[in-house]
Design a protein around this ligand. Structure first.
Ligand code: PAF
Length: 283
């Protein structure tokens, strides 16, 4: 696996691969890699001859400086996992390389509406930071295809819209959420859970699954299902930010006529902010 810190160097390598007719599949990450990331890489290998992974903890998408500073750095282990997984290139830009003048005054990518609801409402500026850094990385790597986890459902939607509306010639692929055996969605933030909270954490997915079953029966309104779920989570020690039934097409509030649904949730357990979702089609 080749390592690159400089934009010009990674571009030079990618140009060679592209000229040799090889398809480039890209997996952007913030490091602290787990099985969920390895699944993205596995899928990426099906879509391109060369897989490029970036690790960059993007300061622009953190609305809380202490959260940014506490973000785990596991570069040595990450490098080993990526080489073992057969990744062709690892791009590790410095903050100065991506934001030479700092990120506050820099040009930004705004995906309006979608960025301001749910996680965007609770983490103001988060999706502007995500869209901006992903656009930069896309312009540097110029992949044929890029892969993102479905756990971050709203992020995936923001990126799909950005790519569509700004005409990036890149195919975006969403990859199924990788789960622990007890259902907990894999996330870098799970490492913030204490042993006791780790036991409580799978409740989030159990409640999502239960809500999905209730909605399938169509005997209760979405609001009732949401309220019951929030109560169960609160009793289980969670501080719920949102638990809501949405249209899987645009994340707007689902009405009685909406068939393609996604239940999205964000809740705190101690220092860990967990997000998860489950889809269902009533058609
Ligand atoms: O999902 C992530 O790890 C990040 O939000 C991403 C897409 C790498 C952008 O920094």
């Amino acid at each position: 696996m080749r390592h690159f810190n400089e934009i010009s160097e990674v571009r030079q390598q990618l140009r060679k691969w592209r000229m040799a007719g090889e398809r480039i599949a890209f997996v952007p990450t913030m490091g602290n890699l787990h099985r969920g990331h390895l699944r993205l890489i596995e899928q990426a290998q099906k879509h391109g001859q060369r897989v490029v992974v970036s690790i960059f903890v993007n300061p622009m998408q953190f609305n809380d400086q202490s959260d940014f500073e506490a973000y785990p750095n596991t570069l040595a282990q990450d490098g080993e996992k990526l080489s073992e997984a057969g990744v062709g290139a690892l791009f590790l830009p410095s903050t100065e390389a991506l934001y030479p003048e700092g990120h506050e005054g820099q040009s930004r990518v705004v995906v309006p509406g979608l960025s301001d609801i749910l996680c965007g409402e609770h983490r103001p500026g988060h999706f502007v930071g995500v869209a901006t850094v992903v656009a930069k990385l896309f312009n540097i790597v110029q992949p044929d295809v890029a892969l993102f986890g479905e756990k971050d459902f709203q992020q995936l939607m923001v990126i799909r819209r950005m790519v569509d509306e700004l005409c990036f010639p890149i195919e975006i692929i969403g990859v199924l959420t990788e789960r622990e055996s007890d259902g907990l969605a894999m996330s870098s933030r799970n490492s913030y859970l204490t042993a006791e909270q780790r036991q409580q954490a799978p409740l989030l997915y159990r409640v999502l699954t239960q809500a999905k079953s209730q909605l399938k029966l169509s005997t209760q309104s979405n609001e009732t299902v949401e309220m019951q779920a929030i109560e169960v989570l609160q009793t289980g020690g969670f501080k719920v930010e949102y638990f809501t039934v949405r249209s899987a097409k645009d994340l707007s509030k689902a009405g009685v006529e909406t068939q393609d649904l996604v239940i999205v949730a964000a809740a705190w357990l101690g220092k860990a902010r967990l997000i998860d979702n489950i889809g269902l089609n009533l058609g």
